[in-house]
Design a protein around this ligand. Structure first.
Ligand code: HEM
Length: 170
């Protein structure tokens, strides 16, 4: 019995090896023909002036992709901003209120202060609120197209309200 099993196993292995080598010989094209094919394919694309991927102009500008792009941008801006501001405040002498008083003493025109406050408030508020939307998607909630748009408009409105409250309330 054991001998029959060994014989079968060895025969099977021989067959597999032979098939594999035949398969490899038949299916793999020589590298030069693959290269020529690829070259022809790309020169045809260029000749027909087809947009080459990744190419932003082939995508319609949608609210959904815009909001995702802003989420990424605010995430990166916060990562850089929070790190830089924290290290700077650690390195500088004096306390935080001293610098606030200093900025106040500069008597910067109101529109610039308001714009700066919006600029500081927006990334945090937007990333936080839209982050909750992203986390809901991770839990497979609100992923239907209609809902993605509805929650998108909701996020934009809420962020505008919260930021305005912060800017004019503080
Ligand atoms: C200082 C605080 C934070 C920083 C520096 C930060 C930074 C980032 C960065 C750099 C990304 C990657 C963006 C990308 O490549 O697409 C990211 C993604 C993300 N953040 Fe934050 N984040 C912060 C706070 C938060 C908070 C409070 C939430 C939740 C309420 C949140 C939720 C998310 C989610 C869900 C993603 C993944 C989005 C996706 O699936 O594409 N983040 N964050």
């Amino acid at each position: 019995m054991a001998m029959a099993q060994t014989l079968l196993r060895s025969l099977g292995r021989q067959c597999l090896l032979r098939n594999q080598s035949v398969f490899l010989q038949k299916s793999l094209p020589s590298s030069s023909s693959a290269y020529t094919e690829m070259k022809e394919f790309w020169s045809k694309n260029r000749r027909l002036e087809r947009p080459l991927s990744p190419h932003l102009s082939i995508y319609a500008k949608e609210l959904t992709s815009g909001l995702s792009l802003i989420h990424r941008a605010t995430g990166i801006a916060m990562a850089v901003g929070v790190t830089t501001i924290s290290i700077t405040l650690f390195a500088l002498p004096g306390e935080f209120p001293t610098y606030i008083d200093f900025v106040k003493s500069l008597a910067v025109p109101a529109p610039i202060i308001i714009a700066a406050k919006y600029g500081l408030c927006f990334p945090v508020t937007y990333h936080y609120i839209n982050g909750i939307r992203h986390l809901c998607w991770d839990w497979a909630m609100g992923f239907e197209l209609g809902r993605v748009y509805k929650t998108g408009y909701f996020v934009v409105s809420l962020v505008a309200c919260v930021c305005t409250g912060f800017v004019f309330g503080c």
